[in-house]
Design a protein around this ligand. Structure first.
Ligand SMILES: *Cc1c(COP(=O)(O)O)cnc(C)c1O
Length: 367
């Protein structure tokens, strides 16, 4: 069986280093807000090129905290609108609605699955305060037009960088393109912890300070609470693991890029729509390799019978979820088509050449 993602194999790639870092953190007797987190934040800032990194409990909290901080700072208030891609994981919307902000959904570009930047301006109103971009499946979405649009309407650009750590646009890493970015280190992400973990990066000193306080009970000084905060901290054990794995991220992303290129060069079944290679290979870190086909469920069943495990990212778009009755009536045909047709093939730094070849041959033999 070719697994969709073999997390055991991925983490055992660096078994000795990870085990020794875990042991060190365990034996230190200090488990929160300590040296491991400090070290990881420093290295993450350096890697991304951003002035500040704040470790938090998970990716959803990273995004929630950015918007909570903007409200706390008076830049936004409940009831304000934020542009968000319709084709995304539900966390992008939850970060807004949890702060009583209104998500305004914009259709994707069918070629990249990312938000169609040309369709943003028509959705901007007096109440719009930010644009959230999601570098979906690992591919950067950014342009000079987007920056100009944000400037023209005085909007913040917030990146949901949960899927694209390591991707680069025009010499700048994702996570350093907008005003702030949320990262997820969920175990299956390109940089995965051994449990939940996340981070925020930004160059904004006030925002960084506010988020750091909000994530720790709204407190900058112990038992003095400036804000009504939450408890959303990255712990020392996860930080130690992430700090070790960050060293190998570029190499692992390169393996993903090579597999994606091999799939694109060698899958030639006309029933299958392949993703396009970006103009610059650094613009995609291939968190997921997503294909489209008319009868998706049939292809998934066929691959399963041939011992290839696939997943669907995602089967139901956010606006069709029971969680959002207020959005259920929206018509977003491109988003809906994508959700009907997509299938994610296995891609990871531990997939072998033989496994990649078997996926190619099996997909090519599908009728
Ligand atoms: C994984 C993910 C998140 C949320 O991250 P968690 O760590 O699971 O909370 C947010 N947005 C996107 C696009 C994701 O893929």
């Amino acid at each position: 069986m070719i697994k969709f993602l073999d997390l055991q194999k991925i983490n055992l790639l660096h078994q000795e280093e990870i085990e020794s870092r875990l042991l060190k953190a365990f034996r230190s007797g200090w488990y929160l807000l300590g040296e491991e987190v400090k070290q990881f934040e420093k290295n993450l800032s350096h890697y991304i090129g951003a002035k500040h990194s704040i470790g938090v409990a998970n990716g959803l909290d990273a995004l929630r905290l950015i918007f909570k901080a903007y409200i706390e700072m008076g830049f936004m208030q409940p009831g304000d609108e934020v542009i968000v891609p319709a084709n995304t994981y539900i966390a992008s919307l939850l970060a807004l609605t949890d702060n009583n902000l209104i998500p305004v959904l914009v259709e994707p570009d069918i070629k990249t699955y990312n938000i169609d930047i040309a369709k943003i301006e028509e959705k901007i109103t007096q109440k719009t305060k930010a644009i959230m971009v999601v570098h979906l499946y690992g591919q950067v979405v950014f342009s000079d037009e987007l920056t100009a649009l944000a400037q023209k309407h005085n909007l913040k650009i917030v990146e949901d960088n949960a899927q694209a750590i390591g991707a680069v646009w025009n010499g700048t890493k994702t996570g350093n393109l907008g005003n702030a970015a949320g990262f997820s280190f969920y175990p299956g992400k390109n940089l995965g912890a051994l449990g939940d973990a996340g981070a925020v990066t930004t160059n904004d000193d006030v925002l960084a300070k506010t988020i750091r306080a909000l994530a720790n009970y709204g407190s900058e000084e112990k038992y003095v609470n400036k804000h009504q905060g939450l408890n959303s901290r990255l712990d020392e054990m996860q930080a130690a693991v992430l700090d070790e794995k960050l060293k190998h991220l570029d190499t692992e992303n390169d393996t993903r890029k090579a597999i994606a290129k091999y799939y694109i060069d060698n899958i030639n079944n006309t029933a299958i729509m392949l993703p396009e290679l970006p103009k610059n290979s650094n613009e995609h870190v291939w968190h997921l390799f997503v294909i489209r086909t008319a009868n998706r469920d049939k292809l998934q069943q066929y691959l399963k019978e041939n011992n290839i495990h696939t997943l669907i990212h995602y089967p139901i778009p956010p606006h069709k979820q029971a969680a959002y009755p207020q959005l259920n009536g929206l018509s977003l045909p491109i988003t809906e088509q994508i959700h009907r047709e997509v299938l994610s093939l296995p891609i990871s730094p531990v997939l072998t050449t033989e496994e990649v070849q078997k996926v190619v041959d099996t997909v090519n033999n599908y009728q």
